[in-house]
Design a protein around this ligand. Structure first.
Ligand SMILES: [Zn+2]
Length: 208
């Protein structure tokens, strides 16, 4: 065990999110399990969506630990996988990465804006800027437990784009039904952006 990993375990209880070995971030074996080519995650007609990995089994542990439990040491690895998904959309120089905005109450509860931070990480890898160009203008009801159609209806009109945009790629951590990406796409297109597609880390296709 490397000293930094022993310390991580001792001080923080840090573990590989895939196999729980004492570790600062992913262990080499689990990280290798994420090293797959990105794949299309079609959900929304007309919007190209690319996912770096399936949500299960590794990301279903890693992403909640990162964003809900504050395991910020996982951010670099997750940002790298997001960069892989963005790169698959082949964005030209000058493309903006626009994160799907979380509810302000969720950002306050977590103490950080995970979507913006992951976009920042991926952007640094690829030499692209990220901009928080989407804001939520009212609170949608909780999405949990809603089907795809209900989710879309619940989210319609929730987001608004701001600022000069140009070419953009929408980024998010996970795609489930695609309703958030669809709403982000609508708002950005209405705001004059040219949306090249959406990139996510995990594809949580519930139909599989
Ligand atoms: Zn592991």
């Amino acid at each position: 065990m490397r000293i930094i990993d022993a310390l991580a375990d001792l001080l923080l209880g840090a573990q590989c999110p895939g196999c729980d070995v004492a570790r600062w971030g992913f262990c080499p074996g689990c990280w290798a399990g994420l090293d797959a080519p990105p794949a299309p995650a079609p959900r929304v007609s007309g919007l190209r969506i690319v996912a770096a990995n399936n949500y299960r089994p590794l990301l279903s542990s890693a992403i909640p630990r990162y964003k809900d439990d504050g395991a910020l040491h996982l951010e670099r690895a997750l940002g790298l996988r997001l960069a892989v998904a963005v790169a698959a959309l082949d964005p030209p120089a000058g493309t903006l990465l626009v994160p799907v905005p979380s509810k302000p109450s969720a950002v306050r509860a977590r103490g950080f804006d995970h979507g913006a931070r992951l976009a920042e990480r991926a952007g640094r890898v690829l030499g692209l800027r990220r901009r928080r160009a989407l804001v939520r203008r009212r609170h949608g009801a909780d999405q949990q437990g809603l089907g795809a159609a209900a989710r879309s209806a619940n989210l319609a009109g929730v987001m608004r784009a701001r600022g000069p945009l140009g070419k953009v790629v929408i980024v998010d951590d996970v795609v489930t039904t695609g309703s958030s990406l669809q709403e982000a796409w609508r708002a950005l297109s209405e705001g004059g952006a040219e949306v090249l597609g959406a990139a996510v880390i995990g594809d949580a296709d519930t139909s599989l």
